[in-house]
Design a protein around this ligand. Structure first.
Ligand SMILES: [Zn+2]
Length: 248
């Protein structure tokens, strides 16, 4: 009864108030971001590293890889992200992650589907980076799963929810160095016995909100490949990019 009333009130509130820009809180139409904040986002477009999707300052020609991809090749084959991680992108990620603005997921997911169309064209299933069940229980949703759902809808590639599990409740990666991040997530993920069929022999897209060093998605990709995945690619909303760089 009480929850029914709350649901009705929530609908009334949704209808009565204009949507606010997730970044500057100005009223907007149907989107979650006003045109001014939208124009501040840096959408990632070619030229970029074929492997990691890191943008290049100039076009070095087809197939050229970034220094990172050569020095420390990841377990996954390719990574793509919709935008560079900056102030506005960070606001969107934060608003989604902490549950203030779950309504942003369809918009963010559509941008990701566009950025990753070369991945979705060849994929059998989409898998979100999982939360540990305790964190999921406290938060009630997984932001990566919401993004994965939106990408699945836009690309018509099926979701494989629950195939990958977080076996270890790892501390947040924020503030850790690159090597500490890798150590933190080592062995943290595994494919559930019931998830094996969804993974073995399949070309998968792993979905996360942000790629920082890539340690989390790399640990996930290792677990999926150990379970027999044919290929793992990564699609993120935002990627942390150091200052504009020339290719090697
Ligand atoms: Zn705005």
């Amino acid at each position: 009864m009480a929850s029914g009333i709350r649901a009705i009130l929530r609908v009334a509130v949704d209808v009565g108030l204009p949507q606010l820009c997730a970044s500057c809180r100005e009223p907007v139409g149907s989107d979650g971001l006003c045109p001014a904040c939208w124009s501040k986002l840096s959408f990632i477009a070619p030229p970029y590293c074929e492997r990691l999707g890191i943008p290049f300052a100039y076009d070095p020609g087809p197939g050229i890889l970034s220094m990172e991809a050569i020095a420390d090749p990841p377990a996954y084959r390719r990574a793509r992200a919709a935008v560079r991680f900056d102030e506005v992108a960070g606001t969107l990620v934060h608003a989604l992650k902490y549950g203030d603005r779950l309504d942003l997921a369809p918009m963010m997911g559509r941008w990701m589907a566009t950025a990753g169309h070369s991945l979705t064209d060849e994929a059998d299933a989409i898998i979100p980076v999982p939360l540990h069940w305790r964190r999921y229980w406290a938060r009630r949703f997984n932001q990566s799963a919401l993004l994965a759902e939106a990408i699945a809808k836009a690309s018509q590639v099926p979701l494989a929810l629950g195939a990958l599990k977080r076996a270890k409740a790892t501390p947040q990666q924020v503030g850790l160095s690159q090597s500490a991040r890798a150590l933190n997530v080592q062995g943290a993920f595994r494919v559930s016995p019931s998830g094996k069929a969804a993974v073995a022999g399949r070309r998968l897209i792993l979905v996360d909100d942000v790629i920082t060093t890539g340690a989390t998605v790399d640990a996930c990709a290792r677990a999926l490949l150990r379970a027999g995945a044919a290929e793992v690619n990564v699609l993120a909303f935002a990627r942390v990019v150091a200052a504009a760089r020339p290719p090697i």
